[in-house]
Design a protein around this ligand. Sequence first.
Ligand SMILES: Nc1ncnc2c1ncn2[C@@H]1O[C@H](COP(=O)(O)OP(=O)(O)O)[C@@H](O)[C@H]1O
Ligand SMILES: [Mg+2]
Length: 279
Amino acid sequence: MSSDVVGREAALASIRDFLAGVSAGATALVLEGEAGMGKTTLWAAGVAEAEALGLRVLQSRPAESETALSFSGVGDLLDAVLDEALAPLPDPQRRALSRALVLEEDDGPTLDRRAVGVAVLGALRSLAEATPVLVAIDDVQWLDAASSAALGYAARRLRAERIGVLTARRVPLESTLLAELSRSLPSERYTSVQVGPVDLTALHHVVHDHLGVALPRPFSPRCTRRPAGIRSTRSRSFECCSARESRSRQASRCPSLSRCRIWCMGDSSPYQRRVATSY
Ligand SMILES: Nc1ncnc2c1ncn2[C@@H]1O[C@H](COP(=O)(O)OP(=O)(O)O)[C@@H](O)[C@H]1O
Ligand SMILES: [Mg+2]
């Protein structure tokens, strides 16, 4: 799997198992963790692996600013396979999906949302008959409600279809699509992978790969008992949150550490909580 991912062997193994299981019927895996923990990195590795395995990958990476744009998520997922997805559908379903995706005039009666759900299910089923399909949605908590409803309708009816759903969710934000999937799939076909902080060795690698610098020695002993997380930022400093004075000392010793913030997890001091939730 992707050489861009440092560490994370257990999570990568779960993704590999999940992808291997797609040909046995509907299945889902969600990567769950706080912002900056490395969910998208793992999600992208899963997408790359699925493509290498020959799965048909349908992707969507909704942004927070697009949560109110109805059906934008379904539009992204079907964008690359639109003709194939629409062709086998009965006329009323094709019309409903076409209207939802703004491929047709939207001046008729109110759009029948059930018809869109039926059409999405039909499109996914017919795609999966030819080739196993991976529906890959990053930041699923920002999927627009109309897409969540249509995909949720489909999810409730998936059984033996060769369709895998790979998502990443930023906690504590919720996703109605994930709620549907966890309710409707058998428990052994729904996997949740908790993406916590990377271990210190991996963190050293990530910082070195991204910034070309080694973490300063004083950083290590302070963090050995605590795993750490990393997140890109425009800030020109990094933060080690175990103590206020440690932060300023580390930052002043490492002026070249730009674009990254690093924090140690597990310290319940108010200062750390403020930093850890400020991204
Ligand atoms: N295991 C890892 N290997 C290499 N880089 C990583 C790893 N985890 C996180 N990163 C880097 O840290 C940053 C934040 O990771 P990202 O996957 O975007 O987090 P999230 O999606 O959880 O917010 C990115 O720049 C990413 O490249
Ligand atoms: Mg992300």
